[in-house]
Design a protein around this ligand. Structure first.
Ligand code: SF4
Length: 310
């Protein structure tokens, strides 16, 4: 009997320790998310004093996480800003319309549900078997801009994260022949709205874990019946493979997006190659004929002309 009691106590101690470790990890994740979101907001001046931020909520893990982190940061921010959550109910079959209002009422966030049957429009206009996403997102964008005006929102916050940005970058390069990503802050195409992406520095894996920790009532994203974009899927797989095989590579690509050297690319609109004249002065970013290989071993690095002086 005694041994049973003892082993029961030991088991309790182990599970208490495990629970403590899980709580510690969860807390670390929350802190990291707050730090990265705060950093992105600061770096790009996304939110200013007096802003009304309209958080677009789809019912997916990313938008729930975005709203949750923004609410935490608002409590700590030295500035005042308001948050309003908006969901566009596109009338997709089986969309559980009670989930978001119940959740938002429970956490006490002002919200607006916009009911617009874009699903029927898309189904009517796009032939069976063709991709519906482009028209669907165009319609959605127009509606969200109008709602932002009606609510007096000064910023529209979207839940795109680091992985979305990287995937878009490669999609544009592979299929659109452009060096173009998904910016953390941009003006809408009508020039009247400011769109922000406060999750720009956050990894998708962290958002997945955070959604599990917080037990968000996720609404499935395949209700419209559209196939997931195959090209995006392939890029995602490529990035995951790189992340596994070459640790640090994806991080480096992401950092490269904020370290662009126009004089070392070929876009004549970004750099005045035609007017380039010799200055006779040392240029920090000037060409050294052969740039150092970033990952070459020290013995293989190419000497700069400066190394040859005296
Ligand atoms: S997946 Fe469905 S809801 Fe999402 S953009 Fe495409 S058509 Fe619209």
């Amino acid at each position: 009997m005694e041994s049973v009691i003892n082993s029961g106590a030991a088991g309790e101690a182990i599970s208490a320790k495990k629970a403590e470790k899980i709580a510690y990890e969860n807390n670390k994740l929350h802190k990291r998310l707050c730090r990265l979101v705060g950093q992105a907001i600061g770096d790009f001046n996304m939110i200013e004093d007096g802003d009304k931020v309209m958080v677009c909520l789809s019912g997916g893990k990313d938008s729930y996480g975005l709203l949750d982190i923004l609410l935490t940061l608002r409590e700590r921010a030295p500035i005042h800003f308001d948050i309003v959550a908006v969901n566009l109910d596109q009338k997709q079959p089986n969309f559980p319309e009670h989930v978001l209002p119940e959740y938002l009422a429970r956490i006490g966030v002002p919200f607006h549900i916009e009911n617009q049957d874009t699903y029927s429009i898309v189904k009517r206009v796009i032939p069976e078997g063709k991709t519906t996403c482009s028209l669907c997102s165009r319609l959605r964008r127009g509606i969200l801009y109008r709602v932002a005006d009606e609510l007096g929102a000064t910023k529209i916050a979207l839940g795109h994260h680091r992985d979305d940005i990287l995937e878009t970058f490669f999609l544009n390069m592979f299929f659109g022949a452009k060096v173009k990503g998904m910016p953390p802050k941009l003006q809408s195409d009508d020039g009247k709205h400011m769109v922000i992406r406060p999750l720009a520095y956050v990894k998708e894996a962290d958002m997945e874990r955070y959604a599990e920790v917080k037990q968000f009532p996720i609404i499935p994203c395949d209700l419209c019946g559209s196939q997931e974009n195959l090209q995006r899927k392939q890029i995602k797989a490529m990035l995951r493979e790189w992340e596994k095989k070459f640790p640090g590579r994806v991080e480096n690509i992401f950092s490269a997006l904020s370290t662009v050297v126009p004089s070392h690319l070929m876009d004549r609109k970004l750099f005045g190659f035609a007017d380039l004249k010799l200055t006779g002065e040392i240029m920090v970013d000037g060409d050294i004929a052969f740039d150092e290989e970033p990952c070459a071993p020290p013995s293989a690095t190419i000497m700069r002309f400066g190394d040859l002086a005296d």
